[in-house]
Design a protein around this ligand. Structure first.
Ligand code: PHE
Length: 339
């Protein structure tokens, strides 16, 4: 009999429950008005006298342990529920968040950087507010040079030496001033021109300009580099370089890629020719190298520049450049999966 009580004590000590119902069932089983303890106490008088003491102690211990167990389990369950109330159900799926996306200009800019970095170009950046030297004079555009009109300039205050850069060629000047060849760098950035805003032109846009300077760099090197770029960026493998003029390069050319005439859109965007202009390029004028502290007798190089908006418009078939600056979520949302 005593052994049986001891077995019950072990059982009570080991008992675990995780619901109110289980605890209540346990309480009734041991401490209820018809519970086990009631029965054991009733049996007490039948126990032989010499065993009464040990039996009495054992059932008292059982009662104490069972009472403690019920209290303990109850308070544990309560604190669990309290915690759940504070922290919520930790296993529940979270509230869905609206995840933003990169701006299409950033997406395209990053793609361009990626393509050029694979052939050893690094990225250089410079200030958007420039001085006359870096934006014009060092680039062979002295004061009163008519070619300054090619890029209508925003001046800050009335000081003609403080202006918003009209191209990122200014960054290339800074880079050449600070580094000796070999130079292989691209300069992405925002540029500003005082132009009327329309579907095709904006007073703020983005450029990526490239600069390659080393010994014996040739026009053929430039053409190959640009061809590599158009293949990687657009999957088009035909380009042509059309003679042009820039004060800082000689000879200079416009870069055209053969887009094809397969669809109606191709027809429209190439004006029926199949060719599309994507930027300008040329061999860096020796005077520019001299201005920037590089010896033109020893080194030569090429430079190129292109508009990021224009490329993004081509890749995503966007008909109006103003879309990039309006921050219309319906427009931007379409690029949220791009990286
Ligand atoms: N800086 C020129 C522009 O903004 C582009 C260009 C860069 C042309 C380098 C030739 C060489 O129009």
């Amino acid at each position: 009999m005593l052994d049986k009580v001891k077995e019950h004590i072990d059982k009570v000590v080991a008992f675990q429950a995780d619901s109110q119902e289980q605890i209540e069932a346990f309480r009734i089983e041991y401490l209820g008005s018809k519970g086990l303890l009631k029965q054991l106490f009733a049996q007490f008088k039948e126990v032989p006298n010499d065993q009464k003491k040990a039996f009495g102690q054992a059932i008292n211990e059982l009662k104490q342990k069972a009472t403690e167990k019920v209290e303990d389990l109850k308070s544990r369950l309560e604190s669990q529920q309290e915690e759940a109330g504070i922290h919520g159900d930790l296993t529940r799926t979270g509230t869905p968040m609206n995840i933003g996306g990169r701006h299409p200009i950033s997406v395209v800019k990053n793609q361009i950087i990626d393509v050029f970095s694979r052939i050893g170009f690094n990225v250089s950046e410079g200030p958007e507010i420039e001085d006359d030297w870096h934006n014009f004079t060092a680039l062979n555009l002295p004061e009163h040079h008519p070619a300054r009109d090619m890029q209508d300039t925003f001046f800050i205050q009335t000081n003609p030496d403080v202006l918003l850069r009209t191209h990122t060629s200014s960054v290339q000047v800074r880079y050449m001033e600070d580094h000796q060849p070999p130079i292989r760098t691209i300069s992405p950035g925002r540029v500003f021109r005082n132009e009327a805003i329309s579907a095709r032109a904006h007073c703020i846009f983005h450029q990526v300009e490239g600069l390659y300077i080393d010994k014996e760099v040739s026009f053929a090197d430039m053409k190959q580099t640009l061809l590599y770029f158009t293949q990687e960026m657009f999957g088009k493998s035909k380009i042509r370089l059309r003679p042009s003029y820039f004060p800082f390069t000689e000879p200079s050319a416009e870069i055209d890629i053969f887009w094809g005439l397969e669809t109606e859109t191709d027809y429209r965007i190439t004006k029926g020719t199949g060719w599309l202009e994507i930027g300008g390029c040329g061999m860096v004028d020796p005077a520019v190298l001299t201005n920037c502290g590089i010896d033109p007798e020893e080194y030569s190089g090429f430079a190129f520049g292109m508009g990021v908006e224009r490329i993004a418009m081509l890749l995503y078939q966007i008909g109006d450049i103003r879309m990039f600056f309006e921050n219309d979520v319906r427009f931007l949302k379409q690029f949220s999966s791009a990286i």
